[in-house]
Design a protein around this ligand. Structure first.
Ligand code: SF4
Length: 546
């Protein structure tokens, strides 16, 4: 049986005016165990972390006991820079801790400091030894903090929000590093964070701090966007399954081997440049076009298009346009019934339009209002999946923002799944739970929307996000149309990709599944072929190789 390293009994911590943050808390941590403590901000996580680390706070009153059976506790905090002395070189800060804790000479401490920097992945260590903290990036500073904590040879490491101030890609590196260091040193870890997914990925046990009490959470968190409840998927089961879909127009392959699933209540963003096959895909899903091969399983789909001016009958009033949709589905009689009147009122309400606008004709509405009307018409038919094809194009920024909020509300209230097709990556990422990127008829990358934005893997996805940020990228001579030719061999992106090899020109990459910080990533690029990634995929997760 593993030995107990830390035992907390009946711990109560209160601030002035009897504001209790921790109440009668009991906790037990074994040697080498990794425990995650999650909770919302203000739940008292940092107060608890400090108490567990044995750091006193004069403002607090504490009762109960925290018994540590090990030799040393180390702590790393959220804001790495504030933990380092800005006026001291890294080597001097490390040497100071080493001389004190390991009782060694300055010369020995220098060598050990260098080893520690290498252990936390800082290369070349010699160069960083001579740096000041401000010369290092946030991720580097956090690595240095970890090296400082390790300098005291702790048997328990307490990490309080160690990655909150870092971007997604660096977060993943730091968490991976923490896991490796804990494993190599047989170190126990208490990871305190609001980031449930990261904690679940790293820790063997997860507890939630709520109203001063710790409750054990069973089962791992589902992968998804971190810290943004709006963007989390709300449902279960699939509303759309596409398998090995193929479609061509003459010699032009428009859809090639598309596999895609959308879950209930999920918003899936589909990106890609014009001509990559996005709209054809929408048409195939809604049966407006027939696929040449493959399987489409979809439940109650409605589609709204970009051109709202042609979507409604101009000679009918708004209400007549909506009633017409009901007539097509339920028949003339039902479309004239009080039930239909009620449904039309509700649909207009859902899209936040006044019922008295029902008598106006399309020409009397603005672009944004027309978009709401087409949305109301789609919602009338109670779809399970709504496909929005470039619906924000042509709308001004304010209207776009209102439409985004409206879609999010409708998804939440109606439990609706949305396939949102667009080329504005920022909007797609903001709205979506998961995102896919199409190129030359292929789905080249798919994964959690935030993960794709912060750590794109495919060279094309990377380029799209760089363009979206306004960065300069090289011009391409090849168009997706050329790349979709049926006689083309090799990777569809080979003509534009800076990483092209001979193999890329001769062979088309398969679709490889890998694990990233937020779940699963599917990618069509040899750089992420399973054999190439074996070492990383057997670890916790991987990140971009380009
Ligand atoms: S398979 Fe080759 S050409 Fe295609 S994206 Fe990957 S590296 Fe580039």
């Amino acid at each position: 049986m593993m030995e107990i390293l830390l035992e907390v009994q009946h711990l109560t911590i209160a601030y002035p005016q009897n504001r209790e943050v921790v109440r009668e808390l009991n906790l037990c941590l074994k040697k080498g165990e990794r425990l995650g403590i999650v909770g919302e901000s203000g739940a008292g996580k940092t107060t608890l972390a400090m108490a567990l680390a044995g750091i006193n706070n004069q403002e607090q009153t504490r009762s109960g006991t925290v018994t540590f059976y090990g030799k040393q506790r180390g702590i790393i905090l959220q804001n790495a820079m504030t933990c380092l002395d800005p006026l001291m070189k890294i080597k001097d800060q490390l040497k100071e801790v080493l001389c004190k804790s390991r009782k060694c000479s300055k010369k020995e401490a220098y060598k050990q400091a260098e080893d520690l920097l290498e252990e936390v992945g800082i290369f070349p260590a010699k160069q960083y030894m001579e740096s000041y903290p401000f010369m290092c990036s946030g991720g580097m500073q956090q690595r240095i903090n970890l090296a400082m904590a390790l300098a005291a040879d702790p048997d328990l490491l307490i990490a309080d929000e160690p990655t909150s101030a870092l971007d997604l890609s660096v977060q993943s590196q730091i968490l991976k590093l923490l896991k490796r260091v804990c494993r190599d040193r047989e170190l126990a870890l208490i990871l305190v964070s609001h980031d449930r997914k990261a904690v679940s990925a790293l820790c063997q046990r997860v507890c939630e701090l709520k109203a001063g009490k710790l409750t054990e959470r069973t089962g791992a968190e589902k992968p998804g966007r971190l810290g943004n409840t709006l963007n989390e998927s709300h449902g279960e089961g699939e509303v759309l399954i596409l398998k090995n879909l193929q479609k061509s127009y003459g010699r032009q392959n428009v859809l090639q081997d598309i596999n895609l699933t959308i879950n209930t209540g999920e918003i899936y963003g589909l990106a890609g440049e014009s001509g990559c096959g996005k709209t054809t895909l929408a048409k195939v899903i809604t049966a407006l076009t027939k696929a040449d091969a493959g399987e489409v399983r979809a439940e109650c789909v409605q589609l709204i298009f970009q051109n709202v001016y042609r979507a409604l009958n101009p000679v009918m009033t708004a209400e007549e346009n909506l009633r017409e949709a009901l007539r097509a589905k339920y028949g003339r009689r039902k479309a004239k019934s009080p039930w239909a009147d009620q449904k039309i009122r509700e649909a207009l309400e859902m899209v936040e339009m006044k019922a008295d606008r029902g008598m106006d004709r399309p020409a009397q509405f603005s672009g944004g209002q027309l978009q709401r009307l087409t949305l109301a018409r789609a919602l009338l038919l109670e779809p399970k999946l709504l496909i929005c094809d470039e619906v924000f194009s042509g709308l001004d920024e304010t209207t776009k923002e209102k439409m985004k909020a409206l879609l999010k509300n409708i998804r939440r209230d109606q439990h609706l799944s949305i396939l949102f097709i667009g080329h504005d990556l920022e909007t797609l990422e903001e709205l979506s739970d998961r995102m896919g990127v199409m190129y030359g008829g292929y789905l080249v990358e798919e994964g959690n929307a935030g993960a794709l934005k912060n750590d794109p893997w495919h060279p094309y996805t990377k380029k799209l996000f760089r363009l979206a940020r306004g960065e300069q990228v090289g011009a391409d001579s090849m168009t997706p149309e050329k790349e979709g030719k049926s006689d083309r061999v090799g990777c569809p992106y080979a003509g534009r990709c800076p990483y092209t090899t001979k193999r890329c020109e001769e062979e088309c990459p398969g679709s490889y599944r890998q694990k990233d910080l937020y779940g699963e990533r599917t990618i069509r690029c040899f750089l992420y072929e399973t054999e190439n990634c074996e070492r990383e995929s057997s670890d916790i997760w991987m990140h971009s190789r380009v």
